[in-house]
Structure formats: C-alpha cells, structure tokens
Design a protein around this ligand. Structure first.
Ligand SMILES: NC(=O)C1=CN([C@@H]2O[C@H](COP(=O)(O)OP(=O)(O)OC[C@H]3O[C@@H](n4cnc5c(N)ncnc54)[C@H](OP(=O)(O)O)[C@@H]3O)[C@@H](O)[C@H]2O)C=CC1
Ligand SMILES: O=C1OC[C@@H](O)[C@H](O)[C@H]1O
Length: 416
C-alpha cells in the first residue's frame, strides 16, 4: 500500500514540481526548438531548481515559439536559433533538435560562449563526436560546459545499480529498450535519415552507453546487428538486435524497437559476472581455513532509463564453497542469496547528495549540470570519452547491419 501511495505521489510531483524561489542571479537557459521533450527534460526540472530559469525559446516558425513559450510559462521568445545564441543574457543552451542538427547547434552555441546541454545522441557519428568533444574550444581553462543528456546516469538508482557491478568481472550483459508502436508517426524525426534518424540512434544511445558503463570499456567490434527497416526510409532502422565483443572476448547484446508490442515495454538491463573468489565477510559465512567462497552475481535492472517512474534492481548471488584454488568443479556447498532494491533519492542509496524521490533523471541531471557550470564538483557525469564511445558503438552497429553511418555535418571540416 505504501508503495502504491509512493508511486502515485512521486508521479504526480514529477508533473507538478514545487516552484523553488530563484537565486539573485540564476542561470538563464534558452531552448533551441519547440521540441516535445523540452518540458520533461528541462522546463519541469527547472521549476524546482533555485538557480535555473528557462528564459527563452526559439523555433523555426516564431509563431510556434510564441505558443510554446505561452504554454510553458517561458517569458521570452527569440526570433531565430541564431538570435537566441546572440543573446548575451543567456548563459546555457539546451539543444533538443533532431540528431542530425546536434553537432552544428551545439558547436555554434559553444562558440557563442554558452554552456550546452545537448540531447542524446549527441551527434550523428564518430567523426562528429571527435570534432565536437575534442574541439579546442573545450580545452580552454574557462571552457564552457558541454554535456550529452544521458539522463539515466544521474539518477540514484543508476549509482546504486553500479555499486553492485564490478566492470572488470562482467562476463555478459544485455540492454533492451522498447517504445510502444503508437508513439511515433511515420514522419517522425526518428525515421528520417538526413536528420540522423534510426532506432540505433534513438534507443541505441541508451543501450550502447549502458553497455559501455557496465563493461567499463567500449566494444571492440559489433559482431552482428540485425535490423528491420523504418516505414519510409530503408536507411533508417526501426528495430535492432546487436551483439558486441568487449575486451577479453566478453559479450554484450542490445536491442531496441520503436514499434514494440505492449508486452515489452520495460527497459531492462541484465548483467552477469564471472565466478570470483569473495571474502567470507562478503559471503556472510564462515568456512574452514582450507576452503574459499566463490560468487557468481547476476543483476537485473528493470526500467533503468526512466527509474523515477518506478524501477527495481534484482541482485542474485550464487555462492559455492570449494577447496582453495580447486577449479576442477568439486563443490562442497552451494546456496543462493537474492534481494530486490530501489533508490529514488540519495538517502536510499546511503549517499549524502541533494535530491527528492520525485526528482526525475532530468532533474538530477540538471543539478549536476548546474554544479559544473558553477565550478562545483559534479559527482555523476558523462564525459567526452563516454560520448565518443557511444558514437563508436552506434557506428559499429550500423556498419555490421550494412546500413550507412548517419550523415556528417558539412561544418565538421571548419569546426576548429
Ligand atoms: N532525453 C530524453 O528522454 C529524450 C530525448 N529526445 C531527444 O530529443 C531530440 C528531439 O526529440 P523530440 O522532442 O522527440 O522531437 P521533436 O520533433 O518534438 O522536436 C525536434 C525539434 O527540432 C526542430 N527542428 C529543426 N529542424 C528540424 C527539421 N528539419 N525537422 C524537424 N524538426 C526540426 C523543431 O523545432 P522548431 O520548433 O524550430 O520547428 C522541433 O521542435 C532528439 O535528439 C531525441 O533523441 C527525445 C525524447 C526523449
Ligand atoms: O530518449 C528517448 O527516450 C524515450 C523514447 O521514448 C524516445 O524515443 C527517445 O527519444
């Protein structure tokens, strides 16, 4: 009953966050594009952040920008994307444009001296990733902040999950993410090659980044990637199933579907570890001096992408005792211990950081983005190497699927 009440309260507050009184000189954000994701990813989270004001929005059609601003309580409208970047009152720019425009507008914003929160996937391919994330503009000591909005990483549930993962010992992992069939029309940006469309771009940005994080490495190769074509463009995938080889011959799999049936809607991440010798304290048992305890850990993280709505982290530890060093398979005793945990706020993770159970992944992300901009430590982050690795994994999968990489911006050549 308590958890039903908690679920209802949390989800109500997600859409009705308390309004925080603003600081004397809050960071002023501008949004490029009247995008659907804007309210969830920035406008609602900004309400409860004392140091953030969403000041302006620009759309290709100023009438659309005006209607969006009115609907979401944004005080100003910019005449164009460039006009927004030229506005010296704006400190930070959020880029929720189609993927194929991320590189261009993130770079333009950085060059205008703005801090940039760019939607996932940050770019169309590795060439763009290298040109953006290794751009000399970012090595300046007073460089603006650039963050790819890999929001799930910022939630306490992710940190809690990772505290049970030992990346060097992960033997296999599978990350899956589905979107219900009704959600996107055939003309959606996700199905347009020239705009950086494709399920690997849209959903793969999550599945690929989560695999890199649990293995603690980028894949060496995508061994196989099966795809189904998007409605109107055979260069765009609507569904993918990819298998990667990670360092040490370990296997990572991912799948995503932009038109999934109703019974497959929870994004799940499964991780298996190789057998490792653990201390008797870790195993919670005493064993004779000539014996050791071996553990095989399996974890299932349900709803890892949107954990604020609901999530669960199920940990199953299989233990065996054996004579020290005996790898012949002679088991003296075996048993299993399992538990299911959750963490909606840092307190539940035993960590002292700001947060509320109703904070979404996007709100936690905004907290750390602002910390970085203000020169404070960000405890969770997505760095340049992380973003480049995600682009590498997506490119590898397109190559294995025999689909073209998403197009490179013409501005790459003149980007430095
Ligand atoms: N973090 C998350 O949970 C989510 C992230 N996303 C990401 O956010 C981005 C936007 O997605 P979403 O909000 O669903 O998309 P929308 O189609 O709603 O928004 C895209 C915006 O891009 C602008 N735009 C500029 N040029 C074009 C063009 N040629 N064709 C179409 N639109 C154009 C439009 O702005 P204008 O108003 O100027 O016309 C539009 O508002 C994507 O990168 C996506 O991956 C999406 C959903 C969830
Ligand atoms: O980022 C996203 O997350 C949720 C999905 O519904 C959506 O396709 C995607 O863009």
């Amino acid at each position: 009953m308590a958890s039903v009440f908690g679920f209802a309260r949390r989800n109500w507050l997600i859409f009705n966050p308390p309004e925080a009184p603003k600081s004397a000189a809050p960071l002023r954000f501008g949004i490029l594009g009247a995008a659907d994701i804007g309210p969830m990813a920035l406008i609602l989270p900004a309400k409860s952040h004392p140091d953030v004001v969403v000041q302006t929005v620009a759309a290709r059609d100023p009438k659309k920008a005006k209607a969006y601003a009115k609907k979401h309580g944004i005080p100003e409208v910019s005449a164009s994307y460039q006009d927004l970047l030229d506005n010296s009152n704006i400190d930070c720019v959020y880029v929720p444009l189609p993927n194929g425009l991320h590189f261009e507008w993130a770079l333009r914003a950085l060059k205008a001296g703005k801090h940039v929160l760019v939607e996932k996937p940050s770019v169309d391919n590795v060439t763009e990733a290298e040109a953006l994330f290794k751009n000399p503009i970012l090595s300046n000591p007073k460089a603006p902040v650039l963050l790819e909005a890999t929001h799930y990483v910022f939630h306490p549930a992710w940190t809690t999950f990772m505290s049970y993962v030992s990346p060097a010992d992960v033997s296999s992992a599978k990350s899956a993410l589905w979107v219900p069939a009704w959600k996107f029309n055939a003309d959606d940006i996700r199905y347009q090659y020239d705009l950086g469309g494709g399920a690997l771009m849209d959903l793969g940005a999550y599945t690929a980044s989560s695999l890199s994080r649990v293995f603690g490495a980028v894949a060496e190769e995508c061994e196989e990637c099966l795809v189904q074509e998007a409605p109107n463009d055979p260069r765009c995938d609507r569904l993918f199933k990819a298998r990667y080889r990670f360092p040490g011959g370990r296997r990572g799999e991912m799948e995503g579907d932009l038109k999934a049936p109703f019974d497959r809607l929870s994004p799940d991440l499964h991780v298996e570890h190789k057998a490792v010798v653990v201390s008797t304290a870790d195993a919670g048992v005493e064993v004779p001096d000539d014996q050791e305890v071996v553990r095989v850990r399996k974890i299932k993280f349900s709803n890892y992408v949107m954990p604020s709505i609901f999530h669960s982290i199920h940990i199953e530890d299989g233990f065996q005792t054996r004579k020290i060093g005996d790898t012949s398979g002679n088991i003296i005793k075996k048993w299993t211990k399992s538990k299911t945990i959750k963490a909606y706020a840092w307190k539940e993770a035993g960590i002292d950081q700001p947060g509320e159970p109703s904070w979404t992944t996007y709100r936690y992300q905004l907290e750390e983005f602002v910390n970085k901009v203000r020169g404070k430590e960000a405890k969770q982050w997505v760095n340049s190497a992380d973003s480049i690795n995600t682009a590498k994994m997506i490119d590898m999968a397109y190559t294995a699927a025999k689909l073209p990489l998403r197009p490179t911006s013409k501005l790459v050549d003149s980007s430095t």
